[in-house]
Design a protein around this ligand. Structure first.
Ligand SMILES: C[S@@+](CC[C@H](N)C(=O)[O-])C[C@H]1O[C@@H](n2cnc3c(N)ncnc32)[C@H](O)[C@@H]1O
Length: 180
């Protein structure tokens, strides 16, 4: 539903970061990267294409979907009643899950390149603290840029998992983990 994202973009351009929802191909590729997780935390769930793909690809795996904008979060909860939708910042939710056991995977559509600098920095810090607790944890993040989504501290390793060419624009899917 592009119109929802368009309204969100008009309300809050920097944190929305996109006018078009993620394509089905991109959403499926993001969900495939999370296979094997004990639980998934989706960051910046927006209008829900990645949420839908995660439910299809990982049936029965607990899913928390985080969305900052209240109107989008309400629509997500109405559309996906089995999902634990949190209307909160990614940092708040990730900080709160740091001690949760199991192989947790963060699947993110957060627009790191357009987020306000301070929000971007505190979110990256929170994600890195979370990943550093367990080398089995990972972040899956897409970007339209030809480089890693953000600069991570030295002890972390970025790996480009795939490029989804049939997406407008083509998107790289990257994974971030702490070095073993
Ligand atoms: C690129 S858009 C949505 C992408 C989504 N896959 C889709 O197709 O609708 C990114 C989303 O991240 C949300 N967002 C931005 N900053 C956030 C934050 N700090 N915490 C949680 N969500 C955030 C925005 O409100 C927006 O809905």
């Amino acid at each position: 539903m592009p119109v929802e994202l368009l309204f969100a973009l008009l309300r809050n351009p920097a944190s929305t970061g996109a006018v078009m929802p993620s394509s089905r191909r991109l959403a499926n590729a993001m969900a495939s990267a999370a296979v094997g997780a004990d639980a998934v935390v989706e960051l910046g769930a927006g209008t829900g294409p990645v949420t839908e793909a995660l439910l299809r690809r990982l049936p029965g795996v607990p899913l928390i979907a985080v969305e900052l904008q209240a109107s989008l979060a309400r629509r997500l909860q109405a559309r996906f009643p089995t999902v634990d939708v949190r209307q909160a910042s990614a940092k708040q939710v990730v900080d709160g899950l740091i001690d949760r056991p199991g192989r947790l995977v963060l699947v993110s559509s957060l627009p790191f390149r357009s987020l306000p600098r301070e929000i971007g920095a505190e979110t990256v810090d929170s994600i890195c603290r979370f990943l550093a607790r367990d080398c089995e944890r990972k972040l899956v993040q897409f970007t339209y840029q030809p480089r890693a989504p953000f600069v991570a501290p030295r002890e972390f390793r970025w790996h480009r998992r795939a490029v989804v060419w049939r997406n407008t624009p083509p998107a790289g899917i990257w994974e971030l983990q702490v070095e073993r």
